[in-house]
Design a protein around this ligand. Structure first.
Ligand code: UN1
Length: 513
């Protein structure tokens, strides 16, 4: 930790400046710089960012289109090997620049030191994991069965231009994860980072260029989500959109893509959740409380995987609540750059206000169980709190912050609990705490969610180990950090050759006509 803080020292007062990273002859309109400030001290400036004007979208798409055509015509094994080298090199470059990136994650996104370290780790893991998938059908085709005299092959190649729209809560990991998957599959990428974290994104793209990724294949367009999203998603040249963010925005993008003329676009969405934890009377209360604290309040509750609704079986409820009240007293809310801090700020004044409005609703409709009292005045801090409510159906949407809802249930009502959770239409994470394998097995089978966690916390899915993503209102799949992700960015081509005929030589397909 000391070495980390020392390494970050020289970046503490650094000012970053991000400009559009696009390959167009000239930008049509001069856009004034937007000032980026720390979410924990509004007077503190992190840097400046120049947004992209929507009038430039056409030229940016044109560059991407040319770049895709050019690179997709390269010999497949050579292009595949190159992409693999770029991604492995990017992993190394990100690691080398970790002190700067960690500082940026703390200062621009308000991440705690631990979360910032984990963020860099995850980004590096994505690069290496997706690089590995290039070996599966992108360089050499996969051979399929067929009768004598016939050769059947499955080729994977890029679809074209992907727009990658990433969130502010994982400004490096998800940003890099989407881009590297799209590049691994052989596409051209236009990356649209979240407004709140454009500096981290711009720095990551600079590092990607230094790792060898050609500028024409990866353009970064900071700017207004609704405005830029609208122009890009309505353009027929876009082959696909990868989006992580709210389900409302995912719906809007799906509608835009559906109404477009021309090719049918691919869409990968990873959205929110109304994630529950079910604790039955056989659970170990100390373990449960440790996992509640991490899942509900870690990262200030700003993860789509975060625990929102805690179901306590009535025999264990009082004990868990008492331990939870004690544990919450120990939580340190404050400057995320301080190693002693457990919970940092939320991302913006708007987020803080929305969470306060929700707390006011809960005060009148529910019962306050526990709240952290000591929270700094300045900055976008929200006191972590737990409220008891009657039913999950009272919550229409997810509340993206450190607010936990608690519901008591009777053993006989377990089926209803699962039904209620499924009826939210969200389906991202769920955890079960029980020493009875029949109970955990029943819940794991019947809850319609993407990630089930048994007797542990429910955040922090590890790349390649715990593929992450939900279903229904929580997303389209495939799972990030899972074996199917890169392929969803690709297009598949089946080639069947009559090898007994003249010219039926599979080698001919190595070079595109
Ligand atoms: C998100 O919050 O958008 O499991 C994704 C986790 C992370 C993914 C969170 N790997 O908490």
């Amino acid at each position: 930790c000391d070495a980390l803080v020392a390494g970050m020292q020289r970046w503490q007062t650094h000012q970053w400046h991000a400009r559009p990273q696009v390959q167009v002859s000239s930008l049509t309109t001069y856009q004034p710089d937007v000032v980026v400030r720390c979410p924990f001290s509004a007077r503190d400036k992190v840097g400046l960012v120049q947004w992209v004007h929507p009038d430039d979208a056409y030229a940016i798409l044109q560059t991407a289109e040319h770049a895709f055509k050019k690179w997709n015509n390269e010999p497949r094994p050579a292009f595949a090997a190159l992409r693999q080298t770029w991604l492995y090199t990017l992993a190394d470059v990100l690691e080398e620049h970790r002190h700067e990136l960690i500082t940026l994650c703390v200062r621009e996104a308000g991440k705690t030191l631990q979360d910032a370290v984990d963020e860099i780790r995850e980004a590096v893991d994505f690069c290496r994991y997706y690089a590995g998938f290039i070996d599966n059908g992108f360089a050499e085709p996969i051979r399929l069965p067929g009768p004598t005299g016939e050769l059947n092959q499955l080729h994977y190649e890029g679809r074209g231009i992907w727009l990658c729209i990433s969130p502010w809560n994982f400004p490096l990991a998800i940003f890099i994860g989407q881009i590297t998957a799209a590049i691994a599959a052989g596409n051209a990428v236009i990356a649209k980072p979240a407004e709140a974290t454009s500096l981290i994104a711009a720095r990551a793209v600079e590092l990607a260029y230094s790792a060898g990724i050609p500028q024409e294949l990866l353009q970064c367009v900071p700017g207004s989500g609704p405005i830029l999203g609208d122009v890009f998603c309505n353009d027929r040249r876009l082959a696909g959109v990868a989006f992580t963010g709210s389900h409302k925005t995912a719906h809007k993008i799906a509608m835009d893509l559906a109404h477009r003329r021309g090719p049918i676009a691919s869409f990968i969405a990873e959205t929110g959740g109304q994630n529950a934890m079910i604790v039955d009377s056989t659970a170990l209360p100390e373990q449960v409380v440790k996992d509640i604290i991490r899942s509900a309040f870690g990262s200030a509750g700003q993860r789509c995987s975060a625990l929102r609704v805690l179901y306590l079986q009535e025999d264990i409820a009082e004990e868990v609540i008492r331990l939870l009240q004690g544990a919450m007293k120990e939580l340190v809310v404050g400057n995320p750059g301080d190693p002693a801090t457990d919970i940092g700020p939320v991302i913006s004044m708007q987020a803080k206000n929305a969470l306060h409005a929700h707390s006011r609703y809960l005060k009148s409709h529910g019962k306050l169980i526990a709240k952290v009292e000591d929270v700094p005045e300045e900055g976008f801090y929200v006191a972590p709190a737990a409220y008891e409510i009657e039913s999950i159906s009272e919550l229409e949407d997810e509340h993206f912050g450190p607010i936990l809802h608690v519901i008591r249930y009777r053993n006989a009502d377990l089926d209803t609990v699962i039904e209620d959770i499924n009826n939210t239409d969200f389906g991202l994470t769920l955890s079960v705490h029980s020493r009875n394998p029949e109970v955990s097995g029943l819940i794991a089978r019947s809850a319609r969610v993407g990630n089930v966690y048994i007797n542990r916390d429910q955040i922090g899915a590890v790349v390649g180990v715990q593929p992450f993503g939900g279903l229904a209102r929580s997303g389209t799949g495939p799972k990030a950090g899972g074996p199917d992700y890169v392929r969803r960015f690709a297009c598949e081509r089946t080639v069947s050759i009559n090898t007994s005929a003249i010219g039926g030589n599979a080698e001919l397909l190595r070079k595109r006509p």
